[in-house]
Design a protein around this ligand. Sequence first.
Ligand code: FAD
Ligand code: DLZ
Ligand code: SF4
Length: 515
Amino acid sequence: APVLRLVLGDQLSRSIAALGDIDPARDVVLMIEAMEECTYVPHHPRKIAFLFSAMRHFAEALRAEGITVDYRRLDEPGEGRSFRHGLEQAVARYRPARVVVTEPGEWRVLEDMRGWQEAVGVPVDIRLDGRFLCPLEDFRRWAGGRRTLRMEWFYRDMRRRHGLLLTPGSEPEGGRWNYDQDNREALPADLEAPDPPAFAPDALTREVLDLVAARFGHHFGRLQGFAMPVTAADAEAAFDHFIRHRLPRFGTYQDAMRQGEPFLFHSLISAPLNAGLLDPLDLCRRAEDAYHAGHAPLNAVEGFIRQILGWREYVRGIYWTRMPDYAQTNALEAHRPLPRFYWTGETGMNCLRQVVTETHDHAHAHHIQRLMVTGNFALLAGIDPAAVNAWYLVVYADAYEWVQLPNTHGMALYADGGLLASKPYAASGKYIDRMSDYCRHCRYSPKKQLEDDACPFNALYWDFIARTRAVTARNRRMMMIHKTMDRMGDEKIRALRDKARTFLDGLEYDPPVRR
Ligand code: FAD
Ligand code: DLZ
Ligand code: SF4
């Protein structure tokens, strides 16, 4: 009897554990376009199209190797409403000796997967996902007993373990582990970022685009203009383009934002990387090669490697060692619903309008846009973490809960009470003004606090500091801010808090009705 090997949509690596010992003469690979995966939250159509197209291309590549792939398309009648349903049907079809699958990227799916063996009546072997640079066992050992889990220490261990950017004496290249301080420049007005490469949809992708437009066109997000890399070869080409044209400036302008330019010097590889089309260690090594070849400076290469080798692995470790309780925490007791403008972009606050619109159009925004614009607003306004998490999971093509949740819940919202971030990433309009040109195109002024045209972020910021005093005043890194607030005097603070309340009360909260 065959072994049935299930490959999920974000497991599109030839080296995935479930395919490890495949016998092409005997086994069947199962892939399922599952309605439930598209709708448990209403994913951005671009994200669905990207995954379906990447899945179909991956299936074709396996078939070209002589492997039998049973690919269940969404538009086949009666097929694959969910992973479980699709698997049950396939087991009935093939009567396999056993089922082999790789552990998923979301707790929700793992919980379900644990019940599959009983449901289908054949052994289900759930294999570890070997595509990460820190096995979860190692992360557990590293985290065990530590009260706070700072990324920086984890990252240094990872640099040593993988021998990246080390001198022959195992010291950090250049004498420092971290060049983040050099990576906070605003963008000079005359500096243009090169356009990222566009990948014109082939016939297979066009078919997917039609399907997704018909089925999910009513979800938040734009499908037109789809040009994402959907094969390993295209993703490699996209990464090459980044190394050649954007990596040299990636570090210096990592935190910068500019009106109308969502990509700047970023790599744009998160969606193909998280789906399995790229290998993280390979990306780090190729960036390191660019440094040794004198093509890119150390602050750029170290900054890039830190994101992949450090942050990406670290948030995954946090997710799997802390779930399911992690998602339930709400350290700052935030309960406000999500304002409607997160879905419509309709707000006078230009920075938010820009980021929501770019997110709608591209299923992408870069890190500082996610953290310091939409994330910062949600933090300051005290929006319910569950609502914010759901939004981030829906809108970004790279979002799977293992990476989205710690970034949103922990880093942006401080809902975990500081397990992940050493202090809340709260900022006033001054920060956004320094790092972008958004304020120049805004009806509000970041320099004003109480006037009618004062940037709402300013009042919201002081309201946040005052409101969260019990938690934030205990934080050593926030003491100065509380001292500053005390010096401002009660009357000023009261006026700012009134202004914040009036502003928040004036927002619309009902989600827009779609179709
Ligand atoms: P670059 O800036 O070029 O960075 C290179 C790579 O480093 C990224 O592709 C990514 O794989 C990795 N990386 C960078 N920062 C992080 C990080 N904080 N955590 C994990 N990996 C990182 N990233 C996701 O992949 N999926 C998400 O759902 C996601 N949600 C986020 C939510 C919030 C609130 C915030 C603040 C960040 C989130 N990130 C998420 C991290 C980061 O914003 C994206 O990885 C990045 O913007 C992707 O664009 P890029 O490929 O051009 O990244
Ligand atoms: C995100 C997603 C979507 C939209 N659709 C599918 C699908 O139809 N079939 C599939 O195998 N995977 C899909 N995915 C990715 C899964 O949601 C992902 O594998 C799980 O969340 C575990 O990480
Ligand atoms: Fe955003 Fe305030 Fe600047 Fe307007 S003034 S763009 S709301 S930070």
